[in-house]
Design a protein around this ligand. Structure first.
Ligand code: PEP
Ligand code: MN
Length: 335
């Protein structure tokens, strides 16, 4: 249930509605809006009767929310969410396609800085690289950990590019929150509820990747976990799902982009790199994602992909990345 207050509702009237919700044993969540306050009713087990609220002073409407997810839903929040970085210089969900680019992992100080300079020059506005790497094999490179995060902070200082980097458990989420500008939660951790709850307490935006096996609604429920802890700056990332196809690592679910945009006000980002898994698929998938409405792209780029510690085969070369940006501009996207 969403209780929409009148434009001129007083604080006392808002408090009165909140108190009524709490008396019923539910949780009240104020949702700030441009013109008027709305109050979401959460943690109700059955349907909420609008009659409880509709005649209270200052209440304009009581709208049943039909979905299991509430805070993420467009029913609760009509306007698109914008994620603002660098005092408004970068807006995810604004009029430009924001490109987050960089290697899969931080491998060395010099390497990270060089790639960051190349992608910045080509049009990227956020640098991506993992310091904690969730790998299928326990023997594969696991990331540089805090050393990697320190390198990323240095890259930000030298290039001005904000950093997105992955947290793989609640403990390293503390470190990622300290050093990075956006906390990434990877596909394998989409239902790691203790990590989702920890990220929900963070003071930084969270880029949540869709589980490779997850339905769109499970994806939205994972985002709801983060928001229910108080962090409303959530970015959803479609990164390809498992299908029977053998011609690509995963299948980019283009359909999910308009579905998510109907269901939620949260920004939707596409990762063409993990979807395709092969360099030659990345540019077409990135363009398809943008054409379908993604507001940002997360792209792996490496200057020596043949030597990359992880995901070399899907990493664009710097010159491919330049080509991608040019082709997006040719499609009339602002980058
Ligand atoms: C990554 O972004 O490098 C990554 C590990 O992504 P995913 O969780 O989508 O596999
Ligand atoms: Mn990767």
């Amino acid at each position: 249930m969403l209780i929409v207050m009148d434009n001129h509702a007083t604080q006392e009237q808002i408090n009165n509605v909140t108190q009524k919700i709490e008396e019923m044993g539910w949780e009240a969540k104020q949702i700030p809006g441009g013109e008027r306050v709305a109050i979401g009713v959460l943690r109700n087990t059955g349907a909420v009767d609008p009659a409880i609220f509709i005649d209270l002073p200052g209440v304009r409407d009581a709208i049943p929310v039909s979905k299991p997810y509430k805070l993420v839903s467009r029913e609760m929040h009509r306007e698109n969410k914008k994620i603002i970085l660098k005092n408004g210089e970068i807006v995810i969900g604004g009029d430009k396609i924001v490109i987050m680019a960089g290697p899969c992992a931080v491998e060395s100080e010099a390497g990270a800085l060089e790639i960051a300079r190349l992608v910045k020059e080509a049009g990227a506005s956020i640098f991506r690289a993992g310091a904690f790497k969730p790998r299928t094999s326990p023997y594969a490179f696991q990331g540089l950990g805090e050393t990697g995060l320190k390198i990323l902070a240095m890259v930000r200082d030298k290039t001005g590019l904000p950093i997105v980097s992955e947290a793989t458990d609640p403990e390293n989420c503390d470190l990622v929150e300290e050093y990075a500008d956006i906390i990434q939660i990877g596909t394998r951790n989409m239902q790691n509820y203790s990590l989702l709850k920890r990220a929900g307490k963070a003071k930084k935006p969270v880029l949540l990747k869709r589980g490779m096996w997850a339905t769109a609604d499970e994806f939205l429920m994972a985002a709801e976990y983060i928001m229910s802890e108080g962090n409303h700056d959530v970015i959803l990332c479609e990164r390809g799902i498992r299908t029977f196809s053998q011609h690509s690592r995963n299948t980019l679910d283009i359909n999910v982009i308009p579905y998510l945009q109907k269901e939620t006000h949260l920004p939707v980002v596409v990762d063409p790199s993990h979807a395709g898994g092969k360099r030659e698929q990345v540019i077409p998938l990135a363009k398809a994602g943008a054409a379908a409405g993604a507001v940002a792209l997360l792209v792996e780029v490496h200057n020596h992909p043949e030597k990359a510690f992880s995901d070399g085969p899907q990493s664009l070369l710097p010159e491919d990345f330049v080509k991608l940006v040019a082709e997006l501009r040719g499609m009339n996207f602002k980058v």
